[in-house]
Design a protein around this ligand. Structure first.
Ligand code: IPE
Ligand code: IPE
Ligand code: MG
Length: 255
């Protein structure tokens, strides 16, 4: 699959997004409101991940990217970080086969060097097992930060090509962690906060943003459909005027 790294053609109005990227927030508050420990919220969050993967595949979405652990989340209490790592490890162990049977390709992006050996090995195995699957590409962003991504891309570019005289977007794009995917069409953040929290900074340049109060463990098919409906009602202009967009779409329709 070869995608332009920058995808700023106007999509047909009402299309399903090709790429959905989600900040899964609100697990802790979900647990607290039930007097449960935070990790219980993360466990329920994993169930919402399973359901969302299937719901996206059923709707013909090609790429789903989930922010699971940010480069800043190491600042949490050591106990919560340790439990999150355990949960990540057991999910990798238990879900790889299931994803493979569902024809889902798994990719993990982020600075994985900070994870233990066992987790790195499981990531490698799961990515290898599912590499040729084509129904949906599921990307888990783990120890990921948008600023880290831009810097690692630049570092690798310079290592490859030396210090370039002129640097343009097209030269850097292949080195970004998600160069295999088109840029997200739809960005969703659950849990009520309206911020990016160092998620995909470069790639979200022209994504449609959708924020919902729904806490991540409660994010179900209906909540996904609401986000998609909001997306379908939007006019993506990529800097052009409304009239230009209408003319482009009319031409595409006649063709
Ligand atoms: C998101 O839920 C999951 C991770 C960041 C790992 P939170 O744990 O941030 O939940 P809240 O924001 O405290 O409710
Ligand atoms: C963002 O959630 C990161 C993930 C969902 C993995 P946070 O809950 O860590 O974000 P902030 O710190 O409230 O911005
Ligand atoms: Mg949070």
């Amino acid at each position: 699959m070869n995608h332009p790294s920058s995808t700023q053609e106007v999509p047909a109005h009402g299309d399903v997004p090709r790429h959905v990227a989600i900040i899964m927030d609100g697990n802790g508050r979900w647990a607290r409101s039930r007097m449960l420990p935070r990790i219980a919220g993360h466990r329920r969050g994993l169930e919402a991940v399973r359901a969302t993967v299937e719901n996206c595949a059923e709707r013909g979405i090609g790429y789903l990217t989930l922010f699971a652990f940010s480069s800043e989340n190491w600042r949490r209490p050591a106990e919560e970080v340790a439990l999150l790592m355990q949960l990540f490890q057991s999910a990798l162990t238990q879900e790889a086969e299931r994803l493979h049977r569902a024809a889902v390709r798994l990719r993990v992006v982020g600075d994985t060097r900070r994870f233990g050996r066992k987790i790195r090995l499981l990531i490698e195995q799961a990515e290898r097992l599912t590499a040729d699957n084509q129904r949906l590409t599921l990307t888990i962003a783990a120890n990921y930060g948008g600023r880290w991504d831009i810097l690692q891309a630049l570092t690798r570019l310079v290592a490859d090509k030396g210090r370039p005289e002129k640097l343009d977007e097209a030269a850097l794009a292949p080195y970004l962690a998600m160069s295999y995917a088109p840029e997200p069409d739809l960005f969703i953040r659950t849990g009520g906060e309206q911020r990016i929290s160092n998620f995909l900074l470069w790639q979200l340049a022209y994504s449609e943003l959708y924020f919902t109060e729904t806490l991540w463990p409660d994010f179900d098919a209906q909540a996904l459909d609401q986000a998609i409906a909001s997306y379908r009602g939007r006019e993506r202009r990529f800097g052009r005027t409304s009239e230009q967009v209408a003319a482009t779409l009319a031409t595409a329709k006649r063709a």
